[in-house]
Design a protein around this ligand. Sequence first.
Ligand code: APR
Length: 312
Amino acid sequence: MRKKVTVIGAGNVGATAAMRVAEKGLADVILVDVLEGVPAGKALDLAEAAPIEKHDCRIVGCTNEYLQAAGSDIVIITAGIPRKPGMSRDDLLSTNMGIMKTVVKEVAAVAPDAILIVVSNPLDAMCHVAYEESGFPKERVIGMAGVLDSARFRAFIAMELDVSVENIHAFVLGGHGDTMVPISRYSTVAGIPVTELIPADRLASIEKRTREGGAEIVGLLKTGSAFYAPASGAVEMAEAILKDKKKILPCAAYLQGEYGIQNLFVGVPVKLGEKGVEKIIEIKLNEDEKKALHQSAESVRKLVEDMKRLAK
Ligand code: APR
């Protein structure tokens, strides 16, 4: 039997994720949105591309209707509003918190065994909402941020050295915001530490560009935020889970003591397999990296506290 992936939010990120899931032949796709006609229209358009793209995944679009999502293996949540120029991800907090609550309640009712991949921003805070509203175990609520931030870091390193992106492994840890922590020390080019190939000042500016990677795209697009790379990130995670790949990827996971952080979603390397987060990998950080990760975690904690105040 084919697997089922539901994508909530048929906007830029959601529709692109649906396309990638289908074109990789990973699963049937259910697209859900509040907009009348849009999910059905995009699903039909994608289904009509299937003969050319050579896949047999079924794609269905639904408006405010979750029955088709029943029994989903994975639910990718992209519902919400994106950033406009000058906005931080945190500015989306109260609107997207409300949307996330509604959506997750519906999802948990029809797909109680699904694994949730959260994409809506502010990412780490939205993971908390999804975790609390779903009541799912922590292994089954995962945030997509590190894969995207690391992909940006990898792309910039590849551009700098004029080598294949496939040669680059890189890690970005922490929250999905300005305080994220690119870890150059553990980033390699064909196994060679990047710190040996790129001078420290250039590396520092690549790290900065990575931290501001989302804002760079918002500044160029003006009417929305990045979606091709975020969709790729969510689908890489979905693929690792659907194929039980045991792939190590940086994801927002619920920490309970790991890295000295308690009860908070923060980006760390995890092993993704059919059960979701199968292991949180604790890498050795130096004092500066530890400090930066804890600072980043504190900014996530502040958002979680803001949400508690907003909910009152
Ligand atoms: N249920 C389902 N869909 C919803 C709901 C809801 N309650 N509320 C809003 N949506 C839908 C919108 O109708 C829209 O089609 O979510 C979609 C969001 O799409 P876009 O506006 O194109 O935004 P996108 O660029 O896809 O970003 C979505 O992902 O990367 C993050 O910061 C980004 O939070 C944003 C989210």
